[in-house]
Ligand binder design. Structure first.
Ligand SMILES: Nc1ncnc2c1ncn2[C@@H]1O[C@H](COP(=O)(O)OP(=O)(O)O)[C@@H](O)[C@H]1O
Ligand SMILES: [Mg+2]
Length: 291
């Protein structure tokens, strides 16, 4: 079990994270927040690349900074900016990393083969990576994070740059990897985590807003999400009055999904809130700024 206890991180006078408390058991955790919220900062502390300004991170009762090498041995990490050698093949690259990690050559060979099969790269195992797609590179990145069969696997924005098909493939792969370990992945894209995460963590204003299951998080908006049709010309006025979550235009009408705390009008259909609704509602200011 991994516990984040009262962790604050400042960069000089800038407060990036304020008094964070989290608990991780085996399962998939989706760290979901817009850019700049502090996901990478938190992940760097979880991987001992940064130290908290105050507070501590405890793994099975011991501070991860004191555990040091012992902790890094059970950790697998895919950084947001993943550096690889274009002229290497996946096999050569993974064997090289395995050697750096002190994995014995014969064990490494078997492990690399298994992993390349797992991430479906066995057909290009000996091809240079320079012609690989973003999704293929990402799978090499996941394979390197899995070299030591980590008990804690941390992936920072692993789906950035993937096309929709690659995203689906990534989600399936992750479900396979998630057995009997802690998997933490960060993203600013709701659909990347809503089908695979056991729990979602949302950061807002430097603090943890939620760490909970998707259904419990969605309950926060219960009874406030509706759909209705308005005439195209009336859409702008409607949007001024209610917070629009999504819109679809069809034969002169606008189908609007929106949020209202007022009592429902007869023509509104109450719908079950989803994670995207909560995300848009939570980060309305930030998300609008990012366009
Ligand atoms: N080394 C640093 N020095 C100063 N500010 C930083 C540093 N790293 C991150 N920040 C700031 O901390 C905030 C959180 O950044 P980050 O953790 O990268 O967010 P995310 O990964 O969610 O996009 C941002 O405002 C960023 O500019
Ligand atoms: Mg980041």
């Amino acid at each position: 079990m991994l516990i984040v206890q009262n962790v604050t991180k400042n960069f000089g006078t800038f407060n990036a994270l304020n008094n964070i408390n989290l608990e991780f058991r085996n399962g998939v955790y989706g760290l979901l927040a817009p850019n700049g919220a502090g996901k990478t900062t938190l992940i760097k502390m979880l991987t001992t690349l940064l130290f908290p300004t105050s507070g501590s991170i405890i793994y099975n009762g011991k501070d991860i900074i004191k555990l040091d090498e012992e902790y890094r041995e059970i950790l697998g990490f895919l950084p947001q900016e993943f550096g690889y050698y274009k002229n290497y093949s996946p096999t050569a690259y993974l064997l090289y990393l395995a050697a750096l990690k002190g994995i014995e050559r014969q064990t490494a060979k078997t492990r690399v083969q298994e992993l390349l099969k797992l991430v479906a790269l066995e057909n290009v195992a000996d091809k240079k990576m320079k012609k690989f797609s973003g999704g293929m590179i990402q799978r090499v990145g996941i394979a390197q994070a899995m070299l030591n069969d980590p008990k804690i696997l941390i992936l920072d924005e692993p789906t950035a740059g993937l096309d929709p098909k690659e995203r689906v493939r990534f989600r399936n792969l992750l479900t396979d990897l998630a057995r009997e370990r802690i998997v933490i992945l960060s993203t600013h894209i709701v659909s990347d985590v809503e089908s695979i995460a056991n729990e979602i963590i949302m950061i807002k204003d430097q603090q943890i807003l939620y760490q909970d299951t998707i259904s419990r998080i969605c309950e926060k908006l219960a009874g406030q999400v509706y759909e209705t049709e308005v005439k195209y010309e009336e859409a702008a006025a409607f949007r001024k009055k209610y917070f629009s979550l999504s819109e679809k235009q069809e034969s002169g009408m606008m189908y609007i999904r929106f949020l209202s705390e007022e009592p429902a009008q007869p023509e509104w259909r109450a719908v079950r809130p989803n994670l995207e609704d909560v995300f848009l509602h939570t980060y309305q200011d930030e998300v609008m700024l990012q366009g």
